[in-house]
Design a protein around this ligand. Structure first.
Ligand SMILES: *[C@@H]1O[C@H](CO)[C@@H](O)[C@H](O)[C@H]1NC(C)=O
Ligand SMILES: *[C@@H]1O[C@H](CO)[C@@H](O)[C@H](O)[C@H]1NC(C)=O
Ligand SMILES: *[C@@H]1O[C@H](CO)[C@@H](O)[C@H](O)[C@H]1NC(C)=O
Ligand SMILES: *[C@@H]1O[C@H](CO)[C@@H](O)[C@H](O)[C@H]1NC(C)=O
Ligand SMILES: *[C@@H]1O[C@H](CO)[C@@H](O)[C@H](O)[C@H]1NC(C)=O
Ligand SMILES: *[C@@H]1O[C@H](CO)[C@@H](O)[C@H](O)[C@H]1NC(C)=O
Ligand SMILES: *[C@@H]1O[C@H](CO)[C@@H](O)[C@H](O)[C@H]1NC(C)=O
Ligand SMILES: *[C@@H]1O[C@H](CO)[C@@H](O)[C@H](O)[C@H]1NC(C)=O
Ligand SMILES: *[C@@H]1O[C@H](CO)[C@@H](O)[C@H](O)[C@H]1NC(C)=O
Ligand SMILES: *[C@@H]1O[C@H](CO)[C@@H](O)[C@H](O)[C@H]1NC(C)=O
Ligand SMILES: [Cu+2]
Length: 580
């Protein structure tokens, strides 16, 4: 008995030692994926712009991870004058400490000329559609790529092939001009999007000069396709439909299979993903059509101007597909916003279900969001903004250094009545709590304006319990939730319901429930890049110092300083902790 115990201790001790030691990432270390970030003039939709690129293009290369398996991704910052990070959008609960890619929240950014090795292990059950993007400045407008987590089990839906359809925005101003304008005391708007692109491609008008083309999505007659839609837009909330193909069947939202929902259109906000099944027309059906190419029609919603752009669904044809002609008049009706689209109706595919009931909720956090103009024009959460320059060092670093007292922060947050600590600008939560988080839209202080905000959560996905106009009313929403099965997701829309109300008047809410199970520093923010730059971001801590540090008692000093020894460069191989 005693010897077995001793062997047990020995094995345990050895395991701790191995886990705790640093591994030299020299030439013998092979990352699973390599991404190189640069900045240069780059042309899209026949327009040129100085842009941040991943592996020389926008979008960057598509990545594939496998559920249950560790992926190491080496990200090089080949820029001379900007930091970078890479964020694994939707997968953050499965990232190693310091690997979530949030600058000044979970890590120091990667300095110019350096690289960082990210470690991600998607949990089994999270196969689905994701994307990656830089979380610094306005980079994510171009510095992003599709990220698919492959399943080890067959998908619950059958399809022949899949296609990725990722949406992004084109702005004529550079990242620097946009950020300078938005943060200036002389506030200057970025301007509206100049083009909504599909897989980085687009064309605004037939007369555009240059070789730019509409994106072509090729399909073969009779086959069933899984179309994976990715909302990688900076700003645009897009309605999308396909000419002569009005039955789309939604099967996935934000990495989770859903029960099938038939629809003729999708609404995709920045940060959201959907998979739909599309049954391609048969040869005989095609014979009744005037053409073997059909337009995807994309319309922006909720902005002062409506932009309609196109891509092409292309069947094999003896003539070449025309990717230059843009329809003079849109073939489909120009879409309007559907408030509450999919809310209370879409259900999770798998019944293994951990939805927290209202009785289980231990704390309700109401986050009032509004815009105010003082010295600068800012978006505020309960009166406070959060920008990358607010903390002096990343929260996670401070937790390991012992300089951030989360117990004290938690006490201040509870005392405030809002769950918010205005000294650290944190929403701290303790393990085991069950939070209900309500985003409450309110009119701007100067003119009562309201906007749509797609709110995104890092960490484990929340259960979306819906949204509505006016002020959140718990009793009424509980009534609406009866008999429904809310889905887990990571980005959902706080609608505005109108363009204008009166200053600070409630105008729409969105509510989430989440069990505090995953210790860490998790940002929750609007995914519109302009709004983020203007302060529309919050940081939650889940767990106290002990819970968070339990994942990596002594991670190595190299994580704790900007450009520390876990950040490699051309002449230096870093020593890196293997957390998983
Ligand atoms: C990115 O580019 C680097 C070299 O420039 C290459 O080694 C790597 O394989 C590329 N990554 C992907 C995912 O294609
Ligand atoms: C890069 O990040 C460091 C640490 O946060 C910061 O001090 C520095 O100003 C940043 N550099 C640029 C160019 O933004
Ligand atoms: C404010 O910015 C606008 C646009 O960049 C510029 O035209 C204007 O001159 C600026 N005004 C001041 C007072 O700096
Ligand atoms: C294309 O035509 C439209 C409408 O005639 C015009 O407004 C636009 O300036 C033209 N664009 C180019 C690039 O020539
Ligand atoms: C959108 O709203 C406008 C104005 O109310 C209306 O004319 C149009 O038909 C609507 N479009 C659709 C697709 O419902
Ligand atoms: C708006 O900003 C002004 C000027 O800084 C300030 O006095 C006021 O309290 C702010 N109001 C709100 C509701 O944020
Ligand atoms: C925080 O409070 C918990 C009890 O709520 C305690 O166990 C823990 O030691 C405290 N941590 C620190 C760093 O004070
Ligand atoms: C935090 O809020 C309290 C109570 O409203 C206020 O007295 C204090 O000045 C605020 N502190 C900061 C740093 O904003
Ligand atoms: C919430 O709705 C219920 C039922 O409609 C109503 O009785 C109650 O007054 C509302 N609560 C608030 C705070 O408005
Ligand atoms: C590379 O990293 C090493 C170790 O951090 C550092 O001493 C050296 O100055 C770095 N080289 C460059 C060019 O930054
Ligand atoms: Cu927003």
């Amino acid at each position: 008995m005693r010897s077995i115990l001793r062997i047990g201790y020995l094995v345990l001790g050895l395991a701790t030692a191995i886990q705790g030691s640093l591994v030299l990432h020299d030439d013998s270390f092979q990352p699973d994926h390599i991404l190189r970030v640069t900045a240069r003039d780059y042309t899209q939709a026949c327009m040129e712009r100085y842009s941040v690129l991943v592996n020389g293009s926008s979008p960057g290369p598509e990545l594939r991870f496998q559920e249950g398996k560790v992926s190491w991704i080496r990200v090089y910052n080949d820029m001379e004058d900007s930091n970078v990070t890479m964020h694994w959008h939707g997968l953050t609960a499965f990232t190693a400490p310091f690997s979530d890619g949030t600058p000044l929240a979970s890590q120091w950014p990667i300095p110019p000329g350096h690289f960082f090795d990210y470690e991600v292990r998607p949990e089994v059950g999270y196969a689905g559609t994701y994307f990656y993007h830089s979380h610094v400045s306005f980079h994510a407008v171009t510095a992003w790529g599709a990220l698919i987590v492959d399943s080890i089990e067959p998908a619950p839906y059958e399809y022949d092939e899949e296609r990725i359809i990722a949406l992004s925005d084109f702005f004529t101003k550079t990242d620097e001009e946009i950020v300078d304008g938005l943060t200036s005391t002389n506030f200057t708007w970025s301007g509206e999007t100049s083009a909504v692109l599909v897989n980085g491609q687009g064309r605004l008008a037939t007369n555009a000069t240059g070789s730019c083309k509409l994106a072509a999505i090729s399909v073969e007659p009779g086959k069933t396709y899984r179309l994976r839609f990715i909302g990688a837009t900076a700003l645009s909330f897009v309605s999308l439909s396909i000419e002569s193909h009005d039955v789309l069947e939604i099967i996935e939202a934000d990495g989770h299979y859903t029960k099938p929902v038939k629809t003729s259109y999708l609404q995709i906000a920045s940060g959201q993903r959907y998979s739909v099944l599309l049954r391609a027309k048969s040869e005989s059906e095609l014979r009744n059509e005037k053409s073997r190419q059909f337009y995807f029609q994309l319309t922006t919603m909720g902005r002062p101007t409506v932009l309609t752009t196109f891509a092409v669904l292309e069947y094999p044809s003896s003539t070449t597909t025309d990717l230059i002609t843009v329809p003079a008049t849109p073939p489909l009706p120009v879409a309007n916003i559907t408030y509450g689209w999919l809310d209370y109706t879409v259900e999770p595919y798998y019944p293994d279900y951990d939805f927290p009931t209202v009785e289980e909720v231990t704390r309700r956090i109401i986050i009032n969001v509004h815009q105010n103009v003082s010295e600068r024009t800012v978006w505020l959460q309960n009166g406070y903004d959060w920008v990358q320059t607010f903390p002096k060092s990343p929260y996670l670093v401070d937790i390991y250094e012992g300089t951030l007292d989360l117990n004290a922060s938690y006490k201040r947050a509870i005392d405030s009545g809002y769950g918010f600590d205005n000294q650290t600008r944190l929403f701290p939560a303790k393990m085991g709590e069950v939070l209900e988080i309500v985003w409450q839209n309110r009119g701007t202080v100067d003119n009562g304006g309201v906007e749509n905000h797609p709110f995104h959560a890092h960490g484990r996905h929340f259960y979306d319990i819906g949204g509505g106009d006016g002020l959140y009313n718990l009793t009424e929403n509980e009534e609406r939730l009866k008999g429904t099965h809310p889905i887990p997701r990571d980005t959902s829309m706080l609608y505005a319901y109108r363009k204008e109300t009166t200053a600070l008047a409630p105008s729409g809410w969105r509510a989430w429930r989440i069990r505090v199970t995953d210790a860490g520093v998790w940002m929750m923010h609007c995914h519109v890049l302009q709004h983020m730059v203007m302060g529309m971001q919050t940081v939650f801590t889940f767990g106290d110092q002990t819970d968070i540090k339990a994942q990596a008692r002594t991670p190595g000093r190299g994580y704790l300083t900007y450009g520390g020894s876990v950040y490699g460069n051309a002449t230096y191989s870093p020593s890196v902790r293997h957390f998983f």
